[in-house]
Design a protein around this ligand. Structure first.
Ligand SMILES: [Zn+2]
Length: 489
């Protein structure tokens, strides 16, 4: 089995990812997935890294509605320019997204930004047929990705295709909240919706998804020199310029000096995004930061770099985009809403970090799969496993379950814990190893008499005896501090 198939097999079998959803009705809808109990725990951990991380870099969290009236999307530009090229098969009448259909056959052909006529020419020239029935593909048309709905009886509205726009709209409130001092940062974690045509990349491209997007509102003069980078000056970024394939390791303090990026504030945002991906425990060698080509930049954008992770399933894949959006957004919303947003004659600019949570969680799952000849299991970075601690009574008698339950209750208010008393102890260890549970605690005869338990670490499979009264502190230090298993022994 290929690595990516092993991951999906384990994900389905052990309750990480289920779907398409709702599965019991005709096998579900394309582009919708369920996160099972373990998947949800893992996704929460990813979300927590971002929430804690953004807060640590002084961004403040907000939450906005997911539905907004039509006017908002006219102002944002989504209603006129947010569409994909599609073609209908003249045989089976299915619709296909044309750029993807071309790239499935010819991965090296760069079709991004081409107009519908040009795309149709390529379909004809390369003799590309319907991927399901080999029928002839019809004309290429633009298909709007916005999900439409109604408010009340007749007010047109749309589900947001990104969290970002809804975050921008609070600018006048932020300005007061931050006591009229720029720059300031906010972030939002929440659902967004895109009516993708025939999504075929599993949880990497879904019609409903979770985003974590952070914005720095800043003035033109503040962007060039940005003091905060001095705190991280020696940190190294693996950069790939748009006209190159090689990764260059560049210190943050040199990124602007060596002309990779134009503004220190923007390089800081790229560093923040990269740091958070590292904090999740991705293998350093599998991360790169790649610049968009100038042709692919939105007309208003000044620069854009993606944090990409090398996946077995799709190769290098974007988990996060960092965008220099200039003053485009606030200018548009100021004009359309007739709200003044100028500070000393200038509309503030937005530097933005945009994470996709589902693709990040899946990639982390893939990144964490390890195997030997006999079996596959998951191994996460410290504190990132869905379950932190599993607690087992060796036998269901002689006071062992009572003591194990007592320990479970004590630890469960601080860590994600699981109590398991079914099957042999070996089987219970294997079940927990497979899903990457960081530590297992076994309560045996001696535990009842002496008050100590066996603590086992998944990555090394080593065991130590620990006083039950010291468990909480030891586990806390193992998960979040500098303590290692070696030191306990
Ligand atoms: Zn067809």
């Amino acid at each position: 089995m290929k690595v990516e198939d092993k991951v999906m097999d384990l994900a389905k079998r052990r309750g990480f990812i289920w779907g398409p959803s709702p599965n019991i009705y005709q096998g579900g809808l394309k582009g919708f997935y369920d996160w099972g109990p373990l998947g949800k725990l893992l996704k929460n951990k990813v979300e927590n890294v971002l929430r804690k991380g953004f807060s640590g870099f002084s961004f403040w969290e907000v939450e906005c509605p997911t539905i907004m009236p039509k006017e908002v999307w006219q102002a944002s530009g989504h209603l006129e320019g947010f569409s994909d090229p599609v073609s209908k098969c003249l045989g089976c009448k299915s619709y296909f997204r044309v750029d993807n259909t071309i790239n499935e056959k010819f991965p090296d052909l760069d079709v991004e930004g081409l107009n519908n006529e040009k795309l149709k020419e390529i379909l004809d020239k390369k003799k590309i047929k319907c991927p399901s029935c080999k029928g002839e593909l019809g004309t290429v048309e633009s298909f709007d990705l916005m999900m439409k709905t109604k408010i009340g009886i007749d007010q047109e509205a749309y589900l947001r295709p990104e969290t970002a726009t809804t975050t921008y709209l609070l600018y006048p409130e932020y300005y007061r909240f931050f006591r009229t001092k720029l720059p300031f940062g906010v972030f939002q974690i929440g659902k967004a919706y895109r009516n993708e045509i025939s999504p075929r990349q599993g949880v990497f491209r879904t019609r409903e998804f979770t985003q974590a997007e952070a914005q720095l509102f800043i003035l033109k003069d503040q962007e060039k020199k940005f003091e905060k980078i001095n705190d991280y000056a020696e940190e190294i970024l693996p950069l790939v310029k748009h006209n190159s394939k090689a990764i260059k390791k560049v210190k943050l303090k040199d990124v602007v000096k060596q002309k990779y990026m134009k503004k220190e504030a923007y390089s800081y945002m790229v560093y923040v995004a990269y740091k958070l991906i590292r904090d999740m425990g991705f293998d350093e060698k599998k991360i790169r930061i790649r610049q968009h080509t100038p042709e692919k930049l939105a007309h208003y954008a000044d620069d854009a770099w993606d944090i990409e992770v090398n996946t077995d399933r799709y190769g290098w894949f974007e988990l996060c985009g960092v965008h220099d959006r200039t003053d485009y957004d606030l200018k548009r919303h100021s004009k359309y809403s007739k709200t003044k947003m100028e500070v000393a004659g200038e509309v503030p600019r937005i530097l933005e970090i945009a994470f996709g949570l589902e693709r990040t969680t899946y990639s982390l799952l893939e990144n964490s799969l390890v195997n030997d000849k006999e079996r596959d299991w998951l191994e996460f970075d410290k504190g990132m496993a869905p379950i932190d601690v599993a607690i087992f009574p060796l036998m269901k008698k002689e006071g062992m379950p009572e003591l194990a339950k007592e320990i479970f209750a004590e630890l469960d208010n601080e860590f994600i814990c699981n109590y398991d008393d079914s099957g042999s102890i070996g089987k219970r260890y294997r079940r927990m190893d497979e899903i990457g549970t960081s530590f297992c605690i076994t309560v045996d005869h001696d535990s009842v008499k002496e008050g100590d338990v066996t603590l086992r670490e998944i990555s090394t499979m080593t065991q130590v005896r620990v006083k039950k009264t010291e468990l909480k502190e030891i586990i806390r230090d193992l998960l979040y501090g500098d303590l290692t298993f070696e030191k306990i022994k």
